[in-house]
Design a protein around this ligand. Structure first.
Ligand code: SAH
Length: 232
C-alpha cells in the first residue's frame, strides 16, 4: 500500500480488555485531534469492535493509525481516523439512508448502522470477490443482518435503494461518479477521495437541488483506486 508502513503479520496476543482499553483511548485521541465530535458517532466508535473486522495476523494493530490488509485485491480496512473524518463531514445521523461504495471489511458499514439506527438504512457495495466474502462473514458473525451488502460495481451506485441522504466512496475516483450524484437526494451529501497517485482530495459534495450542487475539499487522503465503470 503506497505511502503507508504496514506492521508485519504476527500471532495475536491481545485480550478483549486490551482492545477495549485501546478503543477508548483511540476515541479520546480522535476527539482531542478534532476528528470526532458527534455523540452518535462517538457512541458507534466505542461500540463497534474494530479488531473483529481485521484478519487475525493483523488484529493486534487494530487501533494503530494505519490501514490494514484484508482479503481481496488491494482491499484494506481504512485507518481509524478516516471513519469520523468521512462521517462528520457527511453529518451522518439517525434515520439517514446511507450508501457506502467499497465495503472492504464491513467495519464502515457497521459503524454507519449504529449511527443511522433501525429507522435508517445502510447499503454497501463491494466489487472484489474475496473482500465481499470477508465483509459478508464479518457482518453476519456480528449480527448485522439488516445491512444491505451488494456484490457488484458501486462506482455506478445502487439504484434499487435510491435516493440516499448520504453517500460515501471509500476508494479513490477519477472524478465524482455521476450516477452517485444522481442517486443522492436534494440536500444530500457525498464524500469521495478524488485523484490518483500519492494523495487525493477528499471532496464533499452538497446537493442543493435535483440538478445543482457545490463541492469543497475537506482534507488530503490516500485510498486504493476505485474500479468499475466510473473508476480507473
Ligand atoms: N470501507 C472499507 C474500506 C474500503 S477499502 C472498510 O470499512 O473496511 C476500498 C474497497 O473498495 C476495497 O475493498 C475495494 O475492493 C473496493 N472497491 C474498489 N472499487 C469498487 C467499486 N467499483 N465498487 C465497489 N467496491 C469497490
Amino acid at each position: 500500500m503506497l505511502g503507508w508502513v504496514i506492521p508485519p503479520p504476527k500471532k495475536p496476543e491481545k485480550t478483549q480488555d486490551d482492545f477495549l482499553r485501546e478503543r477508548k483511548e483511540k476515541v479520546r485521541w480522535l476527539i482531542e485531534h478534532g476528528f470526532l465530535r458527534s455523540k452518535s458517532i462517538i457512541k458507534a466508535m466505542l461500540k463497534v469492535r474494530r479488531e473483529q473486522f481485521i484478519p487475525e495476523v493483523y488484529q493486534d494493530y487494530a487501533y494503530l493509525e494505519v490501514p490494514l490488509p484484508i482479503p481481496g485485491r488491494e482491499s484494506t480496512i481504512s485507518c481509524p481516523h478516516s471513519y469520523p473524518l468521512f462521517y462528520e463531514a457527511l453529518g451522518l445521523k439517525k434515520n439517514d439512508s446511507f450508501l457506502e461504495v467499497g465495503a472492504g471489511s464491513g467495519y464502515g458499514a457497521a459503524l454507519a448502522r449504529e449511527i443511522v439506527g433501525v429507522s435508517g438504512k445502510v447499503v454497501t457495495v463491494e466489487i472484489d470477490d474475496e473482500a465481499y466474502e470477508f465483509a459478508s462473514k464479518n457482518l453476519r458473525d456480528l449480527g448485522y443482518t439488516d445491512i444491505i451488502l451488494i456484490h457488484g460495481d458501486g462506482s455506478v451506485g445502487y439504484s434499487p435503494e435510491m435516493p440516499y441522504d448520504k453517500i460515501c466512496v471509500t476508494a479513490a475516483c477519477p472524478k465524482i461518479p455521476e450516477p452517485l450524484t444522481y442517486q443522492l437526494k436534494p440536500l444530500g451529501k457525498l464524500v469521495a477521495p478524488v485523484g490518483y497517485l500519492a494523495t487525493q482530495d477528499l471532496v464533499l459534495l452538497e446537493k442543493e437541488s435535483e440538478s445543482t450542487w457545490k463541492t469543497r475539499i475537506v482534507e488530503k487522503v490516500l485510498y486504493v483506486p476505485l474500479r468499475g465503470k466510473c473508476g480507473w
